[in-house]
Design a protein around this ligand. Structure first.
Ligand code: FPP
Length: 265
């Protein structure tokens, strides 16, 4: 499937609005046409297979992040959301958590100018209050510096829990009052860091051989196509990425309706 075929596929007329309120991309920004999310799993096993410490897997994982971000625009991707640290990952040994926080900070600082040059906007989703101050500063800096980017929106999820975000949304509607659907959706969009105009996830990729969602983008993935691969994240190549996107382009997205070829029933 060529890029232009994929682009044509993504511009096909929309299916009717599903009963589920999750597909808020229909009111969204027309430029946001293809949202891919990735659960980057397998760094630890990649390192173990090589007799190296887990942090070596995370460092190699950061290189894979750069590679993936660079190849995303070529694949027609307009929003790329990467799961870097779940709220449950705080349970890992302190040393590993510290290594990861430092790695995020170093990576954001070192990639900042490059991202800005390439027109990539970077933002971080998730809780910020528990992050170390140097990382918080790096996030603020990169978000400000890249805020005008329009070539690609990269969202990195750090201290992220989809359930937590939905609970926050539920808590934001006035206590004791049954919210209207619109009021609740507004609250959800705010809590999940997806202002109206942010597109639902079209394709969710998980590396590392597991086949689960791990509390990632539960609302936005209501109609996502899922792609699981045994490739460990540090090994995830441009070719692997392109092949996942090609597989997506061939899928028949029905949103609960009928396939286009069967609409004459
Ligand atoms: C899951 O693999 C990966 C993580 C918890 C960390 C993700 C971090 C990176 C990809 C590195 C840098 C990221 C950025 C944004 C610069 P795992 O450690 O759970 O692997 P395992 O299942 O093999 O143990």
């Amino acid at each position: 499937m060529t890029r232009s075929t994929l682009a044509a596929r993504l511009q096909e007329p929309e299916q009717p609005e599903p009963a589920s309120s999750g597909n808020f991309q229909r009111t969204g920004d027309d430029r946001d046409r293809f949202h891919v999310a990735i659960i980057m799993d397998g760094n630890g096993r990649w390192a173990r297979e090589r007799g190296r410490p887990r942090v070596a897997g995370h460092v190699a994982g950061a290189t894979a992040v750069r590679r993936t971000v660079e190849s995303a625009p070529e694949l027609g991707i307009t929003t790329l959301t990467l799961y870097a640290f779940s709220s449950d990952n705080w349970r890992r040994p302190q040393g590993e958590v510290g290594d990861l926080m430092r790695l995020f900070q170093i990576h954001l600082n070192s990639e900042c100018a490059r991202l800005a040059d390439k027109g990539v906007r970077l933002s971080v989703i998730g809780r910020r209050d528990r992050l170390p101050d140097p990382l918080k500063r790096a996030i603020t800096h990169v978000e400000e510096r890249t805020s005008e980017g329009t070539a690609l929106h990269v969202r990195i999820a750090i201290d992220y829990s989809a359930r937590e975000a939905l609970l926050v949304a539920a808590g934001c509607v006035a206590e004791g009052i049954r919210p209207t659907r619109q009021a609740f959706e507004r609250s959800v969009h705010e809590a999940i860091h997806a202002p109206r105009g942010t597109r639902d996830v079209d394709l969710l990729i998980r590396t590392g051989g597991e086949q689960r969602l791990s509390d990632f983008l539960l609302w936005e993935c209501a109609y996502a196509e899922l792609f699981f691969t045994d490739v460990m994240w540090p090994d995830f190549s441009e070719a692997d990425f392109a092949s996942a996107v090609q597989g997506f382009a061939a899928r028949d997205r029905r949103y609960g309706g009928l396939s286009r070829t069967r609409l004459s029933y």
